[in-house]
Ligand binder design. Structure first.
Ligand code: FBP
Length: 350
């Protein structure tokens, strides 16, 4: 096994570690573990493979376009949004490890409690992130966040059981359906990336111990909203766009419009994703429980920062399943600077 650019270069025929082997190894390190968590991650990876299959042939099997329904976000629901939602609900229901699900595509939490349900977990997820890109072959993704049911909720699991602050997550991850399909997740002990090898239908460990660069020169923001941004944020954008060789400015804008894809690129190469509050979205656009929180857990584990602009995302106390939040996430130096400008602690002097 050799290292190229920090990524493990697998030599043909050598010890590719599958996701299943990886989680079983991890499970053996966890005293008293009964395998429920491992089975849960396995169930999520099975659903991801099915969604990957459908996304890759969507144009051939009439899976592009809308269902005609408006989802709880007030957005037109894409057929693939609904399909991905159903695939993950089916896999989590069949697995039996989960007793409550929250989905971007469903107004209320979905209880999975039935007679002999031993489920210990709550899973909140965005079945298909980047809906605006679904029909045009641009990378999209799935984001998931996992909590344990609080002890005092055992046997009486309600929506409240899911409304825990991000610091209480036991695991979080995402799948990006891009030029290749990757599943990236953390359980609070480092961030690991697995690439799907379609020829054997297995997720293989390709990115062990992901660390995000301290700083970067790429930013992801919908500058179409620039005029509705605060003075501070406009200053930060101007600072990044100013010519200055010594600080590698101007920085580069990279905005795919799929949070998962923008986040993944910035995680690997360094960069910052910004979706602030603006006139149209006074609380921001991204959803706290199944977009911001899981990515915040991952980025902090990789050495990055996730902020509302005024404090860590993971410390926000949720009020409702579909809460929104302003989001500044990515390389620590860039998030620090962006939020200092936002708070007026820095001003642009040209
Ligand atoms: P959904 O697609 O899951 O609703 O996610 C929100 C999202 O599409 C992000 O993936 C993306 O970064 C952002 O909204 C794009 O918003 P806008 O079109 O306002 O820039």
């Amino acid at each position: 096994m050799s290292q190229v650019n920090g990524f493990t270069q697998m030599v043909a025929g050598s010890a590719f570690m599958t996701l299943e082997q990886f989680i079983i190894e991890r499970e053996q390190e966890a005293p008293g573990s009964k395998g429920q968590f491992s089975r849960l991650i396995r169930d999520i990876s099975v659903a991801a493979k099915i969604v990957d299959r459908d996304v890759r042939k969507a144009g051939l099997v009439d899976l592009y376009g809308e269902t005609g329904d408006i989802n709880v976000q007030g957005e037109v629901q894409a057929k693939l949004d609904l399909l991905a939602h159903e695939e993950f609900v089916r896999a989590l229901r069949r697995g039996g490890e989960v007793c409550l699900i929250g989905s971007e595509e469903h107004a209320e939490a979905i209880p999975l409690l039935f007679d002999d349900c031993q489920g210990k977990y709550v899973v909140l997820f965005d079945p298909l992130d980047g809906s605006s890109n679904v029909d045009v072959n641009v990378s999209i993704g799935t984001i998931f966040s996992i909590y344990r049911i609080p002890d005092d909720h055992e046997g009486n699991v309600t929506m409240q059981s899911a409304l825990q602050c991000g610091r209480k997550q036991v695991a979080a991850g995402y799948v990006v359906y891009g030029s290749s399909t990757m599943l990236v997740y953390t359980t609070g002990a480092g961030v690991y990336g697995f690439t799907l090898d379609p020829s054997i239908g297995e997720f293989l460990l390709s990115h062990p111990q992901i660390r995000t660069p301290e700083d970067g020169t790429m930013y992801s923001a919908n500058e179409g909203n620039y005029n509705s941004w605060s003075r501070g944020l406009k200053d930060y954008i101007k600072w990044m766009q100013t010519e200055d060789e010594a600080t590698s400015r101007p920085y580069t804008t990279r905005y795919i419009g799929s949070f998962v894809a923008d986040f993944h690129r910035n995680l690997i190469k360094g960069g910052v994703y910004i979706y602030p509050a603006n006139a149209r979205n006074p609380n921001g656009k991204l959803r706290l429980m199944y977009e911001a929180n899981p990515m915040a857990f991952i980025v902090e584990q990789a050495g990055g920062i996730a902020s509302t602009g005024h404090g860590p995302i993971l410390d926000v106390e949720p009020q409702a399943l579909h809460d929104r939040t302003p989001l500044f996430i990515g390389s620590p130096r860039m998030v620090e600077m962006a939020t200092e400008y936002l708070r007026g602690e820095r001003v642009y002097e040209g």
